[in-house]
Write a protein that binds this ligand. Structure first.
Ligand code: HEM
Length: 152
């Protein structure tokens, strides 16, 4: 009798599990861009390479002279950029810096400078062989910020 009850319960459990599997069959959980990029590790090394590129870029490096000359300020910018990309791509970070409008207010940044900045980021993504899809997805998040950054 006990054996019969055991097998009956086992059959119900098996049926319940099978039906759960059926329910989930069509649910494809797409990883976040943060995960697809390679998480905080890739974002951190791409940001460091990007800042090196900016420092060597004669089109825009004068904009960052004061930042590069102050270790604390440079670290703050680095951390803000990492948090911004991490949070913007669905990662577990919180961006605590200023809005793009406030951070760049009064700088009168030109469209050409904005282009140079994103080209330096693209070069950093290429340096670490970030795949085309992830690269374009990240740039698609950052480029619309142009309206809050240029000519302000
Ligand atoms: C999508 C493009 C851009 C993003 C995502 C971005 C992001 C940021 C962030 C997160 C900060 C720090 C804000 C804070 O301190 O609270 C910042 C500051 C700054 N950005 Fe941008 N930025 C962009 C474009 C540019 C461009 C094109 C220039 C100039 C060529 C520029 C020049 C600066 C400067 C000079 C600072 C101040 C750095 C400091 O505090 O020492 N940014 N930006």
């Amino acid at each position: 009798m006990k054996t019969k009850i055991f097998f009956t319960v086992l059959t119900f459990v098996a049926m319940a599990l099978t039906s759960c599997n059926d329910d989930n069959k069509d649910e494809k959980i797409e990883p976040t861009l943060y995960t697809r990029l390679g998480g905080i590790e890739t974002i951190s090394k791409v940001t460091d390479k990007f800042l090196t590129n900016v420092a060597a870029d004669d089109l825009i490096n004068s904009r960052f002279e004061a930042t590069v000359g102050n270790h604390y300020r440079l670290q703050l910018l680095r951390n803000n950029l990492i948090d911004q990309i991490c949070a913007g791509t669905g990662g577990p970070c919180q961006y605590k810096g200023e809005t793009m409008l406030d951070a760049h207010a009064g700088m009168k940044i030109t469209a050409a400078e904005f282009g140079a900045f994103t080209a330096d980021l693209t070069a950093a993504l290429d340096y670490y062989e970030v795949a085309e899809r992830e690269k374009n997805d990240l740039l698609a998040i950052l480029t619309p910020m142009e309206s809050d950054i240029v000519d302000k």
